[in-house]
Design a protein around this ligand. Sequence first.
Ligand SMILES: [Zn+2]
Ligand SMILES: [Zn+2]
Length: 186
Amino acid sequence: MLITHDTRCALDTVVDLVNSAPEDEAAVDGLLDVPALADFVRSHKMSDVGVLSEFDLSAVRKVRAKFAGIFAAPDARAAAGLINELVAAAGTTPRLTDHDGYDWHVHYFAPGASVADHLAADCGMALAFFVVAGEQERLRRCEAPDCRRAFVDLSRNRSRRYCDSRTCGNRLHVAAYRARRKEATG
Ligand SMILES: [Zn+2]
Ligand SMILES: [Zn+2]
């Protein structure tokens, strides 16, 4: 499937959004307050976002929970239902743009959309294209035992099982290596 620059950005954004959620009660929320949300918006170069408020923060957290559900969806039909709901609630106005020197691409968020609706529309549509392409399985959660981080598997044969936090891949490599050695020597 073709993944344009803009889709790629939307994917990075939605993965970071989902993974900003605290993993358990003791962990700190990555979107703790309005300045943290402002940082998120800035680091993902989201365009046309106005002044942020507490209302935006709680709306974004709600959208985040919905995206987490999409990454946990067992199949394409379940994912499609959740994406439809999310995108419909946000409202979309597809329009072509070549802002900031990027090639022509489509923005889905409506003019003046809140940051939560912006995320729901554009990231929701980026995920929708995976369902359309028969690639919903690429929207994954890490299989490391104590990690449930979301990621998008862009490997050729959909073989990626762990998130890109280095500890997950490495730790499991080490465990597999030890197991093999034990077998060989014991
Ligand atoms: Zn754009
Ligand atoms: Zn992981």
